[in-house]
Design a binder for this molecule. Structure first.
Ligand SMILES: [Zn+2]
Ligand SMILES: [Zn+2]
Ligand SMILES: [Zn+2]
Ligand SMILES: [Zn+2]
Ligand SMILES: [Zn+2]
Length: 212
């Protein structure tokens, strides 16, 4: 390699592949993981992950050069033979640490991981990470989740819901109505003042005509 450059965390680390073959072709020399969305150097046909070569072309000492053959890098699609070998691999799901036992073909890995029941979602209330399959059960009981009162639109945490009594709710609604009335009054007053000044102007005009 032209410059020492290894990304510390590959997208697809080798230990997730159950049936790795031809590592000299299928492992990315920039991240040392399995090639992911690979592209290749036109000159030497060495393949790299798209994201790895992108990083290389920003961070390398001389980003114009291919990391492997040191010729000026120009990009071509990954050779079909390599894409074919990759497509035969089976990969352990990224969410295995949270309980997923799926081993999925290379090509459907992305779709599986996006919809995996063991993928974590962050609860907007308590900010805890919950796996998808338990998320709804948690979300609809989590004491920290914010609720909106359907009557007065007040917002409070679920655990404080019983402090929003009917009495409080009605007080809020009365205040809202008072605000609304004041706004309407303000607008009406403006219109009234305008009418009054127009009438005054008309009277003055009439008086001028009469006194002529
Ligand atoms: Zn890579
Ligand atoms: Zn090259
Ligand atoms: Zn999974
Ligand atoms: Zn929560
Ligand atoms: Zn309310």
């Amino acid at each position: 390699m032209a410059t020492s450059f290894i990304r510390d965390s590959p997208y697809l680390s080798k230990d997730r592949i159950t049936d790795l073959a031809h590592p000299e072709l299928t492992v990315c020399s920039l991240c040392n993981g399995l090639l992911w969305l690979p592209v290749a150097c036109e000159k030497c046909e060495t393949s790299f992950c798209t994201s790895c070569i992108k990083t290389w072309r920003i961070e390398a000492e001389d980003p114009r050069l291919c990391p492997k053959c040191s010729a000026e890098y120009s990009q071509r699609p990954c050779p079909g033979a390599i894409t074919h070998i990759l497509s035969t691999f089976n990969i352990i799901c990224h969410h295995k640490p949270h309980g997923c036992s799926a081993i999925v073909p290379y090509k459907s890995l992305e779709t599986h991981e996006e919809t995996c029941d063991y993928r974590q979602k962050t609860c907007p209330g308590c900010e805890e990470k919950i796996i998808r399959m338990h998320f709804n059960a948690h979300y609809y009981t989590c004491p920290s989740v914010l609720l909106t009162c359907p009557e007065c639109n007040s917002i409070y945490q679920r655990q404080n819901a019983d402090q929003h009594t009917d009495y409080k709710c009605l007080r809020v609604q009365i205040n809202q109505l008072q605000d609304q009335m004041m706004r309407i009054e303000h607008i009406q007053n403006g219109k009234l003042n305008l009418l009054e000044s127009q009438i005054r102007h008309l009277i003055e005009t009439i008086e001028q005509i009469v006194n002529r």
